[in-house]
Design a protein around this ligand. Structure first.
Ligand code: GLC
Ligand code: CA
Length: 554
């Protein structure tokens, strides 16, 4: 049994270099700027940073259209800056994960340029071609409403090429062993430069069979083991966090029955049902989603998140449930995207209501897995709906009341900082919130600190307790002779709940509140009775604070 899997009890913070801080004043964030903010991140207590794509790119999909995998976008700095950065992060004990975007390249990548020009070139078969337009060309678009087709005619090649995403992102032919070898080379390169692993983009599509003759795409799961094996052999404590919005029935294919494939996966199932629970105050579907995704190998882990850089995808909810979430958090057409999701940031979705924000984050930090926090959410940053598609929630970090929120000295930031309304940087910024002990920022910092001292959530097994009210989620975790218990009230009304901890021994008689003074002693019938305020939550240790003395080694 491996004990020191760092990602099992970590807090991951996601950011993009271009919108974090601009040190050289050209309006674009860069590695020098990010490096100067490492102490902020250290203070916040995050264990790892997930860096969104920073390689050379025409920048038509926020960097997810890479034109050179072995480079740093010159706007962000040089490879030298990158290594300085990973070194500086390491000195502070912060690990760095980077995006691995290998389902497709940019159409400006030299491989694609050569492939389209020369049918005999080595790179021709690195992409997916068809002489005739395949009959299913109008199916399977990831961005419906924006993207018209998955096959586009290339006037140079005089053939159609396959693209699961935008037409400027031709899919790599990942079944070609040379492509796979190149992917490993890319991983090896960045591992050597100090990263601890990868957030792997669009995994189901990477491993899918592709081609004009492919009627029913099939996932080639064995590839996942190839990737993992390579990585683990190069650097033992590195890992892959898979972006795979798949059905629970295939989860174990991604983790591998023996834990020999992906180390971590984002839990989209729980994410969508969590938003449904926040919208409806009905936790039943959320508990079902947690049960369905409960199974994972010992070394496997879920990534828990609220919002990320994409839209909140609600595609796995029923039509009725989806409508409930739309009605609550994104009723207007301009809030919605791709017929399936909401493109807003979390704070405006929740009406800026601090009680609901705390509820949501308290959940993210206590659902079974490793929390992944998006930059700016620790301040309750807002969005700019005048920006197209998913750009609205990718505005610069709001540091202070200085011009452009302290993000840049340039007159023209490449992305406009939010400078008006209740979420403008004059009101929402890190400097203000640092001084205010009750700010969102300081609350998040305290909750991260506490969460790291509750490894039961990351490592342990959970049980949902029956409290007789579907608006309240009660979870108990057990690990190494220690237990913790969490209550969350999704309703706007206060609710009193009575429950048993479900533990056979005497420990369950006492619940020590980890965030406040109000502890709980069981009544004679063995039940606890807790009154939760509207959107209230509790973090309890079962037994007493001598738990560390009782914790077992195995
Ligand atoms: C993933 C990313 C998204 C990107 C897409 C294509 O879904 O999260 O931002 O547009 O892949 O690379
Ligand atoms: Ca810059």
């Amino acid at each position: 049994m491996i004990k020191d899997l760092w990602y099992k009890n970590a807090v991951i913070y996601c950011l993009s270099v271009g919108t974090y801080m601009d040190a050289n004043g050209d309006g674009i964030g860069d590695f020098s700027g990010l490096m100067r903010r490492l102490d902020y991140l250290n203070g916040l207590g995050v264990s790892a940073i997930w860096l969104m794509p920073f390689q050379a790119s025409p920048g038509r999909d926020n960097g997810y259209d890479i034109s050179d995998y072995y480079s740093v976008n010159p706007a962000y700095g040089t490879l030298g800056d990158f290594v300085e950065f990973t070194h500086a992060a390491k000195q502070r004990g912060i690990r760095v994960l980077i995006d691995l975007v290998v389902n497709h390249t940019s159409d400006q990548h030299p491989w694609f340029k050569e492939a389209r020009r020369d049918p005999k070139s080595k790179h021709r078969d690195w992409y997916v071609w068809s002489k005739k337009k395949p009959t299913n060309a109008n199916k399977g678009m990831v961005f419906p409403g924006v993207q018209k087709s998955t096959w586009t005619h290339d006037p140079v090649a005089k053939e159609y090429y396959f693209h699961r995403f935008y037409d400027f992102q031709p899919d790599l032919n990942t079944s070609n062993p040379e492509v796979l070898a190149e992917i490993l080379r890319i991983m090896g390169f960045w591992i050597q430069l100090g990263v601890s692993g990868f957030r792997m983009d669009a995994v189901p599509f990477v491993i899918s069979t592709k081609g004009a003759d492919v009627k029913k795409p099939r996932e080639q799961y064995a590839m996942l083991r190839d990737l993992r094996e390579f990585l683990q052999w190069r650097v033992g404590d590195s890992m892959i966090l898979a972006e795979a919005n798949v059905l629970p029935s295939t989860d174990m294919q991604y983790f591998g029955d023996d834990g020999d494939r992906m180390h971590m996966m984002f839990n989209f199932q729980v994410n969508q049902n969590l938003f449904y629970a926040l919208a409806s105050a009905d936790t039943k579907p959320l508990i079902r989603a947690m049960d369905k995704t409960k199974k994972r190998p010992h070394s496997g882990q879920w990534g828990m998140f609220l919002r990320n850089h994409d839209e909140l995808d609600l595609g796995r909810l029923s039509e009725k449930q989806r409508q409930t979430v739309f009605d609550a958090f994104g009723p207007n057409k301009e809030d919605q995207l791709y017929d399936r999701g909401i493109r807003r940031r979390l704070a405006p979705m929740l009406g800026g209501d601090r009680r609901r924000l705390e509820l949501a984050y308290s959940l993210m930090f206590t659902l079974p897995g490793t929390p992944v926090l998006r930059y700016g959410d620790e301040l309750g940053m807002g969005d700019d709906l005048s920006l197209p598609e998913r750009e609205c929630c990718r505005t610069p970090m709001q540091w202070s009341t200085e011009p452009h929120g302290g993000f840049t000295k340039s007159d023209k930031p490449i992305m406009p900082v939010i400078g008006h309304g209740p979420y403008g940087y004059e009101h929402v910024n890190a400097a203000f919130q640092r001084r205010d002990p009750n700010s969102m920022l300081n609350w998040i910092e305290r909750i991260i600190r506490m969460r790291k001292e509750v490894p039961e959530v990351g490592w342990g097994d959970f049980e949902a307790l029956n409290v007789g009210n579907d608006a309240v989620l009660a979870l108990r975790y057990d690990w190494r002779n220690n237990s913790v218990l969490f209550l969350h009230n999704f309703a706007a009304e206060p609710i009193e709940v009575e429950f048993k901890t479900g533990l056979a021994d005497q420990r369950g008689a006492r619940l020590v509140n980890l965030l406040g003074d109000e502890h709980s002693e069981a009544k004679k019938n063995g039940k606890h009775c807790v009154c939760l305020e509207s959107y209230g939550y509790r973090w309890y240790r079962v037994g007493g604070l001598d738990y560390l003395l009782n914790r077992s080694d195995v």
